[in-house]
Write a protein that binds this ligand. Structure first.
Ligand SMILES: [Zn+2]
Length: 144
């Protein structure tokens, strides 16, 4: 019987977890620019769907992913993040505390598991990551 990821609900391929798949994606993205184009989306969607962001980071990241999908380059988003942090009076917490209440459950329609069939082809991969990101931004409205 197939196992589901306890965090995002994705139906896992035998012997793999979302973390394994994420690590594979990062290896591709960091070594091949054709895959690396969507790096910001991969990291953000994985973090969102696995409840890794603090409340504050979660409400900030959704609009950034949307802007990136609309064509705003990742380097502008990084500048925006840096100035948001510089202009905040309190220390900014990106990651959810280990003891914090878990993020509310979402039935994501697309997860990182859906990217697995596309790991061999950069164009198809990028298209699939963008599909994942569009679904994630839309469906995260319930929790951010
Ligand atoms: Zn998962």
């Amino acid at each position: 019987m197939s196992e589901r990821c306890a965090e995002c609900g994705g139906v896992l391929p035998v012997g793999r977890t979302c973390q394994h798949i994420f690590d594979e994606c990062l290896a591709l993205e960091l070594t091949d620019h054709a895959f690396g184009k969507v790096h910001m989306l991969t990291v953000a969607c994985f973090m969102i769907q696995h409840g890794r962001y603090s409340e504050e980071a979660l409400s900030w990241i959704g609009p950034q992913v949307q802007d990136h999908l609309n064509g705003v380059p990742a380097r502008y988003l990084r500048q925006r993040a840096a100035s948001a942090v510089a202009n905040t009076k309190h220390p900014v917490k990106i990651l959810r505390d280990a003891g914090a209440e878990p993020q509310p459950r979402v039935d994501w329609s697309v997860t990182i598991v859906d990217v697995v069939p596309f790991l061999q082809d950069a164009d198809a991969y990028c298209e699939q990551i963008e599909r994942w990101a569009r679904a994630t931004v839309h469906e995260m409205k319930a929790i951010s």
